[in-house]
Design a protein around this ligand. Structure first.
Ligand code: NAD
Length: 321
């Protein structure tokens, strides 16, 4: 069995590896060769922790396994990350455990890669201003990954606590793009691509603030009750997602589905656009929206890439198991 410790991931798995893994597995899901198993999520009644599993099987890449993990709110005080995750991969022919891979950084990389894949396939080719809503742990990963997808000339951003935007401003400086902290309506008025990556229970971005032709990737809503944008914006947009079942139950689409302004049949898998079985954006004025709910297969895909890279670079730890 191979072990790839968390501390090795940063040097092994880059944004391009993550993009390729996530794009590939979205394509496999839509061609019917990969599927996610039902998600388990439990409040365990200890340490205020939420714990669960996301799992699945990709017959094309023979990736079988699960991501185990969750949220321990007291961890920061212990010098640890509140979100903790580990990926387990199994041999699809024998069921033997094949690898254990640190999943914390991989989660941020695969989430940012999903937004980046949506921008690559759905944003207008001439998109030039990138708007980011949110400045938490995931936000800088989102900025780095999405900024590579178009010739952006400016980054604008909003966060509930604007002083936290310093982390995004630093990344913008590093990648050589001007950065501005703006109001939400100013963000909507300028942006060609908008990433929302907040943990909110009510809509932050208003339909009226978004101009025609914008691509929006809603990446923060991954639980029943969370919401980042007005349901009317979802109803107005051409909607794409990683997995329809998650989109309507725990994703951004749950609200427009619940109020009857969006039908399940209006939501398309991004994988179909990748596979060219759906045309994706068909006009420059169309608003496109990607509901990135986060699926287990994304975790397996990036973990599998990490194992291959660890073996290639001689840092995989092998043990008899
Ligand atoms: P974080 O705790 O580090 O940051 C939270 C962010 O949300 C901050 O920008 C904060 O200002 C903002 N926020 C919180 N409450 C808000 C409110 N009521 N109104 C406006 N803004 C508010 O979290 P993170 O790790 O950056 O994750 C952000 C979100 O992304 C979370 O909801 C998380 O569950 C989700 N997430 C989704 C995926 C996926 O695959 N889709 C993967 C990882 C994380």
């Amino acid at each position: 069995m191979i072990i790839v410790p968390e501390k090795e991931i940063a040097a092994l798995v880059g944004r391009a590896d993550s993009f390729a893994a996530v794009e590939g597995v979205f394509a496999s899901m839509s061609s019917g060769s990969a599927y996610n198993f039902p998600v388990i999520r439990e409040a365990i009644g200890h340490a205020d922790a939420l714990y669960g599993f996301k799992s699945g099987f990709d017959r094309a890449g023979l990736d079988l396994g699960l991501k185990s993990g969750g949220y321990w709110p007291g961890n920061a005080a212990k010098g640890l990350t509140n979100h903790q995750s580990t990926v387990f991969l199994f041999d699809a022919d024998t069921g033997k455990c094949k690898a254990v891979v640190g999943g914390n950084l991989l989660t941020a990389l695969r989430t940012a890669a999903a937004a980046a894949v949506s921008v690559a396939h759905l944003a207008r080719p001439d998109a030039s201003v990138l708007g980011i809503i949110g400045a938490g742990h995931q936000a800088t990963f989102q900025l780095r990954a999405v900024a590579e997808q178009r010739n952006f000339t400016k980054i604008v951003a909003w966060n509930r606590t604007p002083e936290k935007l310093a982390s995004l401003a630093n990344v913008a400086k590093e990648i050589g793009l001007p950065f501005e902290s703006v109001s939400l309506d100013a963000l909507g008025a300028q942006s060609d691509v908008i990433i929302t990556i907040v943990s909110s229970q009510s809509a932050i971005l208003k339909n009226a603030d978004v101009r025609p032709g914008t691509h929006i990737a809603c990446m923060g809503t991954d639980t029943k009750g969370k919401q980042e944008v007005e349901a009317a914006l979802v109803a107005r947009a051409s909607v794409f997602t990683d997995e329809v079942a998650q989109s309507i139950s725990i994703g951004e689409c749950q609200h427009a589905i619940n109020d009857g302004t969006l039908l399940q049949s209006d939501i398309h898998e991004l994988g179909h656009v990748i596979n060219k079985t759906h045309p994706g954006r068909t006009s420059k004025d169309e608003v496109t929206l990607f509901d990135g709910t986060g699926v287990g297969l994304q975790d397996l895909a990036v973990a599998s890439a990490a194992v291959k890279l660890a073996i290639k670079n001689g840092v995989a730890q092998e043990i008899e198991f």
